[in-house]
Design a protein around this ligand. Structure first.
Ligand code: ZN
Ligand code: ZN
Length: 168
């Protein structure tokens, strides 16, 4: 068993993605892309709801070199909001459960959908990108909210990039 392991498991159990080590960040994202994706993916047959009551999507960010598909990789399908976006949301086609977000560019992290996670799931640190929330939507008073990205998240992303370089 690897240190601080989590497992993202689809609703029916045919797809599993494992991640280990210290997560980079644990957030609820309110950006416009996550909201649009949440509505689109949540409308797929049998799909679990993706958005919370304030329109946020829970994600835990792991280093790309600490995430691997351990089961059912052939069932994963990339959903893109637009054909030219570099962001793909990976959905388990067996049960339409959204599993992870991947990037075609050099970004070194992989957000896993929090609702899928089992194991050492870290507590939510921040709500981010809250300036995109629809007018009139009240944010729950649970964790600190940031209009865009908190410094701690940016620092975590930068430090993890350096750590990955050193680990090579
Ligand atoms: Zn499934
Ligand atoms: Zn987002």
């Amino acid at each position: 068993m690897k240190d601080k392991q989590v497992m993202a498991r689809c609703s029916c159990g045919q797809v599993e993605i494992e991640a280990w080590g210290k997560p980079i960040a644990s957030v609820i994202c309110h950006c416009d892309d996550c909201q649009a994706a949440g509505r689109a993916l949540g409308a797929l047959p049998d799909a679990p709801p993706l958005l919370d009551t304030a329109g946020g999507t829970g994600n835990v960010l792991y280093r790309k070199d600490r995430v691997q598909v351990s089961k059912g990789g052939h069932l994963l399908e990339a959903h893109k909001l637009t054909p030219d976006t570099k962001t793909s949301r990976m959905v388990a086609t067996c049960c339409n459960a959204p599993m992870a977000i991947t990037f075609d560019d050099a970004r070194h992290w992989v957000p896993l959908y929090r609702d899928r996670l089992e194991g050492a799931v870290p507590p939510v640190q921040w709500r981010i990108c809250t300036k995109f929330r629809p007018p009139g939507v009240e944010l729950p008073d649970d964790v600190p909210a940031y209009a865009m990205y908190p410094f701690g998240m940016m620092a975590g992303l930068a430090l993890s990039a350096v750590a990955m370089l050193v680990a090579r």
